[in-house]
Ligand binder design. Structure first.
Ligand SMILES: O=C(O)[C@H](O)[C@@H](O)[C@H](O)[C@H](O)COP(=O)(O)O
Length: 264
């Protein structure tokens, strides 16, 4: 592995949120400078809520501290193949936790939900979603990795992330960028997900993981050979210092990996 990932821990989610904001805004600035748009992938779980806490907080008025959603392209790092108004939908979750709460003056991001037309065919759903991702590249840009300026991910208690589960054959997929899964060990079984190479190629990759329920898996990921082979461990390994973990203290209790409490 190259340089190790960054691990930031905070007393609470409320204390984590401002650092997550700074981090996201730094990536927004870099992406705007590079291609005048910000391509982001987000997961479900608790992430949308924490993200809202970070991004919808009032600006401190400094030039860099401003979210310009009008130039955001938001994709789902994984999505359950259910209708968009279903309670398992990551789109519904993001909509309720973040999108519906964005004040008008911050602008509206361009959000890419799955196409409900393909709910009966998960492979077609994945292929179509990949086409959507490709479509946001301007004609002059060649479409190649990295597809995303920033991936904002969660970590399951089993070490899964996106819909990439431990020991699942999808972890070995290297051709397609968006994959389908019909046997997800966590319900619902039918989903689409970004592939491991797409995640690892991301310009920056952030995990947001909080709560005491994560301390066993965090210890494994950061301290054991077994954990390094879990999906989150593989991303640490492949992404190196492009990867940053935002955690609260209870999620990393007993983890000896060097950690810092702020981005500065
Ligand atoms: O589809 C899923 O299985 C979830 O969306 C999942 O990927 C989630 O991101 C993690 O389980 C972390 O969840 P928490 O953020 O709630 O801990």
């Amino acid at each position: 592995m190259g340089k190790p990932p960054n691990l930031y821990s905070f007393r609470s989610v409320a204390e984590l949120a401002p650092s997550l904001r700074t981090y996201v805004l730094n990536q927004q600035k870099a992406a705007f400078e590079h291609h005048n748009t910000f391509r982001v992938a987000v997961s479900g779980g608790s992430l949308p809520k924490t993200l809202a806490q970070a991004l919808l907080a009032p600006s401190d008025g400094s030039p860099g501290d401003s979210v310009d959603f009008t130039k955001w392209q938001i994709f789902f790092a994984d999505e359950r193949c259910v209708p968009l108004d279903h309670e398992d939908s990551n789109y519904k979750l993001l909509k309720e936790e973040l999108l519906d709460k964005i004040p008008e003056k911050m602008g509206k991001p361009n959000v890419w939900p799955i196409d409900e037309e393909y709910l009966d065919d998960v492979q077609e759903m994945a292929d179509q979603y990949e086409k959507n991702i490709v479509s946001v590249f301007a004609a002059r840009d060649s479409v190649k990795l990295p597809l995303f300026d920033l991936l904002l991910l969660g970590c399951g208690p089993d070490g899964h992330t996106c819909s990439l589960f431990p020991d699942h054959p999808l972890l070995r997929e290297t051709d397609a960028w968006v994959l389908s899964i019909s046997d997800s060990p966590k319900p619902p079984p039918r989903r689409i997900t970004l592939s491991l190479p797409v995640v690892i190629a991301g310009t920056k990759i952030a995990f947001v993981t909080t709560g005491g329920g994560k301390k066993d898996v965090m210890k494994k990921i950061f301290e054991s050979e077994e954990g390094r082979g879990l999906p989150c461990g593989l991303i640490n390994e492949g992404g190196g210092d492009k990867v940053s973990w935002f955690t609260d203290d209870s999620a990393v209790e007993g983890v000896s990996f060097p950690r810092r409490g702020s981005l500065m």
